[in-house]
Design a protein around this ligand. Structure first.
Ligand SMILES: Cc1cc2nc3c(=O)[nH]c(=O)nc-3n(C[C@H](O)[C@H](O)[C@H](O)COP(=O)(O)O)c2cc1C
Length: 350
C-alpha cells in the first residue's frame, strides 16, 4: 500500500481529482437559509444492519482499517470493508503490482492477506470497537475455499456482513472467473449463503455483457445484497522495454475512469433485483456518491480515492448531509429517485 500511496501522491492527474479538481456541491450560506432548521437523516439499513451513514471504504483500498486510524476519525464512517480474506494467508503477486493510468489505476495485488484465523485474532478486535460497521470481503479459488473461509470467520464477533468477491478464477474450471459465469456465480453464492452466519453481500464483476443477468442470478441464489462493481480488466505496456507495466500482465482498472460505467451498471442492476445495492467505482466526491444513490444504490463505497486523499469518505459524509439539508430530504428518499424527463433513447449514440 505504501507504494500505491507514493505513486498516487506524486500524480497530478489523479491527486487533483476529488480534492481540488472535482466540482464540489454548492453550499448555501446557512445563515441565510431556512434549511438550517431541517435535520436530515442520512443513516441507512442494509440486510438488517444499521449504518450511521451510507459511506463505506472499499475492500483492498483501506487495509484492515487500523492503518488509517491516525489519518482520520474512523468512527465517523458508515462502514469499513476489509481487504479480501481467504481461508489461508496469501502472499500476493510479485511486483510491479500497480500502475497509474489516465484518471485511474491498474492493480494486480493478487489478494494478499493475513488469512481468516489471523484476521479474527489480530484485526477484528480493533474493528469491532468502532462505530463504523465491519464488512468482511471473502474470496477463494474453489467454492470449498469460500465456504471454509466463511466457516472460520463465523466465529468472529463484530462482523456485520460478508462481501463475496466473485472476481476470482475458479482453479477447478480452468481459471474461468466465478463472476463471469452464471452457473459458477449461482454455485458459489448458494454454497456461501448456506454457510454464512451473517448477511451475505455479493460483489459483482463488471467484466460481463449483461450485469442485470448476474444481479438476478446472485439474488436467486440467496444474496442478501449486491455490491457493484469490482475492477475492470485492463493492461498497459512499457513500449521502451516492451514489457507489461504490471507483472501479472492484466490488472484491474479502478478510479474516476470507471465511474460512468459503474454507475450505468448500478442503475441496470437496481432495475433488475429487489435486494439492496451498494454502489462503487470511481467515487471521489459527494456529487459522485449522489449519482450512485439516485441510480439506485442504498450505500456507496470509496476505493482508489483513499490512496491519494484519505479524507475523501468523510468529506462525502459531510457533503451528503449538506445536500439533504439543502434539498430538505432524508437520504432514503433519494435512493433510485433519478428523474427521467422524457423517454430515454435506447441506443448508445442516440
Ligand atoms: C489496490 C486495490 C486492491 C483491491 N482489493 C480488493 C479485494 O481484496 N477484494 C475486492 O473485492 N475488491 C478489491 N478491490 C476493488 C475495490 O474494492 C473496488 O471495487 C474498485 O477499486 C472500484 O472502486 P474505486 O474505483 O473507487 O477504486 C481492490 C482495488 C484496488 C485498487
Amino acid at each position: 500500500m505504501d507504494n500505491v500511496t507514493r505513486l498516487l501522491k506524486n500524480s497530478p492527474s489523479l491527486s487533483s481529482r476529488g480534492t481540488q479538481g472535482a466540482p464540489e456541491l454548492v453550499r448555501e450560506d446557512p445563515a441565510k437559509s431556512a434549511d438550517e432548521a431541517f435535520s436530515p437523516c442520512i443513516d441507512t439499513t442494509i440486510t438488517g444492519v444499521h449504518f450511521q451513514n451510507p459511506v463505506l471504504t472499499a475492500s483492498g483500498t483501506f487495509g484492515y482499517g487500523q492503518e488509517f486510524a491516525r489519518l482520520m476519525d474512523l468512527n465517523r464512517l458508515g462502514g469499513i470493508v476489509v481487504k479480501g480474506i481467504s481461508a489461508e494467508p496469501m502472499p500476493g503477486n510479485p511486483p510491479p503490482r500497480i500502475y497509474e493510468t489516465e484518471a485511474g489505476m491498474l492493480n494486480a495485488i493478487g489478494l494478499q492477506n493475513v488469512g481468516a484465523k489471523k484476521f479474527l485474532e489480530e484485526k477484528l478486535p480493533f474493528l469491532r470497537a468502532l462505530r463504523a460497521r465491519c464488512v468482511v470481503n471473502v474470496f477463494g479459488y474453489q467454492t470449498e475455499d469460500y465456504v471454509r473461509c466463511i466457516e472460520i470467520l463465523n466465529a468472529g464477533e463484530g462482523i456485520d456482513a460478508y462481501e463475496l468477491n466473485i472476481s476470482c478464477p475458479n482453479t477447478r474450471c480452468g481459471g474461468m472467473v466465478y463472476g463471469s459465469d452464471p452457473r459458477l456465480t449461482a454455485e458459489v453464492v448458494a454454497a456461501s449463503k448456506r454457510a454464512s452466519r451473517f448477511p451475505l453481500w455479493v460483489k459483482l464483476s463488471p467484466n460481463v455483457t449483461d450485469i442485470a443477468e448476474f444481479a438476478r442470478v446472485a439474488e436467486g441464489a440467496g444474496a442478501d445484497a449486491l455490491t457493484l462493481v469490482n475492477t475492470f480488466v485492463g493492461m498497459a505496456i512499457d513500449v521502451e522495454t516492451r514489457t507489461p507495466r504490471v507483472s501479472n500482465v492484466t490488472a484491474g482498472l479502478s478510479g474516476p475512469a470507471i465511474k460512468p460505467l459503474a454507475l450505468r451498471m448500478v442503475y441496470q442492476a437496481a432495475g433488475a433485483v429487489q435486494i439492496p445495492i451498494v454502489g462503487i467505482g470511481g467515487i471521489a466526491s459527494a456529487e459522485d456518491a449522489l449519482e450512485f444513490i439516485l441510480a439506485g444504490a442504498r450505500a456507496v463505497q470509496v476505493g482508489t480515492a483513499n490512496f491519494y486523499a484519505p479524507e475523501t469518505a468523510l468529506r462525502i459524509v459531510d457533503g451528503l448531509y449538506d445536500y439533504c439539508q439543502r434539498h430538505r430530504v432524508h437520504l432514503s428518499e433519494l435512493v433510485g429517485s433519478m428523474r427521467i424527463p422524457q423517454s430515454p433513447v435506447d441506443t448508445v449514440n442516440g
